[in-house]
Each structure stands twice: as C-alpha cells, then as structure tokens.
Ligand binder design. Structure first.
Ligand code: 5GP
Ligand code: MN
Length: 345
C-alpha cells in the first residue's frame, strides 16, 4: 500500500475539473528531460484512455534518447509551432503544469499560460512553487513528477486504466530523475510502484538500455575528452568539467549528448560536489549543471551564484558571460561554501 501523499481535497477538486473538461493541455519545462516527458506522457496516456482531447506542449525539443517513448511524436514544440500551440493553450479547459515550479522555466510559453482562461493545476516536486495554478500539488520529498502522476491516477481510482505504454513513460521519469535509482531513491514505496508498473508488462531492463545505452560513438569520445580536461579541487571536495561550443563542434555534439556527464566526477573518492559548464548553442550563455552527494545544498549555490535553483542534490542555472568568467564565479562559490563542502555528513 502507498502512503496518501497528495491531499484528498486536491484530488477531489481535480476529478471535478476533469469531469467537465474536454480539452486538456499538458505543459512542461524548457530542455525537457526524462521526467518532464515521462510525467507528461504518463498523464497523456491516462487522459487519452478517458476519451479526453489532450495535447502536450513543451518549450523546445527533447533529446533523441527519449524518442522511443510511446506517444512522444505527439509532443508539440512551442518554438516550432507557436501559433498552433497558442491556440490550444487559449482554448484549453484545463492546463496541467508538470515538473516545474516557476513560470520562467517554460520560457516564452509563460505569458500564454498565464493569460489562458483554463483551470490550472501544478504537479511538481521542486521546492517553493510559484502561485500561478489554482490546484498546487507540490511534493519536493517525492523524487520525480512521474511518481506523483502515478500516485494521482491511483488515488483517483484509475490504476486499472494505466496502460503498458503509460506505465513505460512513468517508469522512465522515475528512473531518470533518480539516476537509475542511485540517488533520491531510498523511499521503499518507489519499489512498490515499480512492482505495480511491472504488473502492466513493462520491461524495465529494456527501458534502461533504450535510455542509457543508445548513444553514438562520438558521444563516448566526447565523454572521454571532457573527463580528460576535468579540474579537481581536492581542498573543496569538488570537481569541474566544461564544454565549449568549439569542442561540441569537434565531437558532432547533438542535444542530449552531455546528459549524465555531471554525475561522473562524483564517483571520485572524497568528491561531494560536481559542476558542469556548457556553452549553450541557442542562447549566449553558459548552462550550469550542479550535483552533490549527502547534505551539500547545490540548489543554494545555484541560486546565489548562477541565478538558478533546483533540488538539494541536483540543480542548475545560467551564466551570461564567458566560460572563463563562469569558472571564476564557480571558484568564488567554492571558496564561500568551503566549510559546507568540507563538513562531515
Ligand atoms: P540539469 O542539471 O539536469 O539541467 O538540472 C537539474 C535540476 O536543476 C533540474 O531538475 C531543475 O530542477 C534545476 N535547474 C536546472 N537549470 C535550472 C535553471 O536555470 N533555473 C532553475 N531555477 N533551476 C534549474
Ligand atoms: Mn523532475
């Protein structure tokens, strides 16, 4: 049995909305990851089984390693089909905001969502949700939005309506947001849910291979290169990796190729904090990815130094400036956070 995480009143409220809704729009964050797409498609398959007209809209494209997901071809990209997406958003009865806590996380889509007349619900696991939805289902203690979607569907009484395809999407989000169940994954209920998803016929081993083991040769060579350039800060228990646009060009970089790189330095004994700086190809900025193990709050560092945020152990931000400047800022941050980086526990 699962603990009743989501408040009953919110579930009742959402059921009422769904009863009356025909057109539903699901939106998720810029640079969609496995949990953004997994939770969106998990909910989409379910709404489809209820006979609703549902559309998923995300700000921009997602990586190739998620393209196998059932229903992924239906996902609309706002940066390519803005007019059509704006129409869907304006005409929606209900808008479900998944896996983001702040309107700026959906980029240019934000104003259309704010202006829409639809009833809005937030389903998310990032701390400190902004107040732009009537129903806010926000649970930072839950490791993925996909898990919350599973819990919501079950609590509404529709476990039997979850299809194998929907279960595959939910599993993918749970898996990717926990690094294949290697962090934020000690809640035993996660494994109860996996057991329930397996009962739907999913092949979890195959999903793992499809997500993590279908990269190109050049991606593996890029990984080797990036690691060979890694800088370790032993006194700060930290490590830094980076990737410039020029280097991306040299290794035929495509979107998603650097997924997971930021976790690798954490495999060094003693390193509790890892930073990855990547020059963005679309905007003139450096994308920051931060990861930690234990109690080091990389979301605090992201907010203070990189205009970002996220979770305790996984966060990110943006930096407008050169790679060299970003590195200097990171080094200042390391100095400031040295006591916490060196704290035991
Ligand atoms: P990633 O390193 O995978 O891009 O991001 C890890 C987590 O950091 C995301 O799930 C999200 O919570 C947070 N994050 C990443 N980039 C940003 C950002 O620019 N702003 C904020 N507020 N959070 C971010
Ligand atoms: Mn997530």
């Amino acid at each position: 049995m699962l603990t009743k995480v989501i408040e009953q009143a919110k579930i009742d409220h959402f059921i009422k909305w769904l009863d009356r809704a025909d057109k539903i729009v699901i939106v998720s964050h810029v640079g969609p990851d496995g949990d953004a797409i997994g939770s969106s498609l998990g909910l989409w398959h379910f709404l489809d089984s209820l006979g609703k007209t549902a559309n998923i809209i995300v700000p921009n494209a997602f990586p190739d390693f998620l393209k196998w997901m059932p229903g992924s071809k239906e996902v609309l990209f706002y940066d390519r089909y803005k007019e059509f997406a704006d129409k869907l958003i304006a005409e929606a009865d209900v808008i479900c905001c998944l896996d983001f806590n702040a309107i700026h996380r959906i980029d240019a889509m934000g104003s259309a969502i704010l202006a829409a007349q639809a009833r809005k619900i937030l389903i998310d696991h990032h701390p400190h949700p902004e107040d732009f939805c009537k129903i806010i289902i926000s649970h930072p203690e839950i490791s993925s939005t996909s898990e919350l979607v599973f819990r919501l569907i079950c609590r509404m009484g529709y476990f039997s309506d979850i299809s194998k395809e929907g279960a595959e999407c939910i599993y993918t989000g749970m898996m990717t947001d926990t690094g294949g169940f290697t962090y934020n994954s000690n809640n035993r209920e996660i494994y109860f849910i996996i057991s329930e998803l397996l009962s739907k016929g999913i092949d979890k081993d195959d999903i793992y291979r499809k997500v993590y083991n279908t990269y190109s040769e050049s991606r593996l060579r890029l990984m080797g290169y990036v690691l060979s350039q890694m800088k370790v800060y032993p006194a700060h228990h930290a490590a830094l990796i980076s990737l410039t646009k020029e280097e991306q060009g040299r290794f035929d970089y495509i979107r998603g190729d650097s997924e997971g790189f930021v976790n690798i330095p954490l495999s060094i004994r003693g390193v509790v904090f890892s930073c990855f700086l990547r020059e963005d190809t679309e905007k003139p900025m450096i994308k920051i990815s931060l990861r930690s193990v234990g109690t080091f709050p990389c979301n605090k560092l992201a907010a203070e130094f990189f205009n970002g945020g996220g979770h305790l152990n996984a966060s990110g931000g943006e930096f407008y400036g050169t790679m060299e400047e970003a590195r200097e800022v990171l080094e200042q941050a390391l100095e400031k956070y040295k006591p916490l980086l060196c704290a035991k526990g």
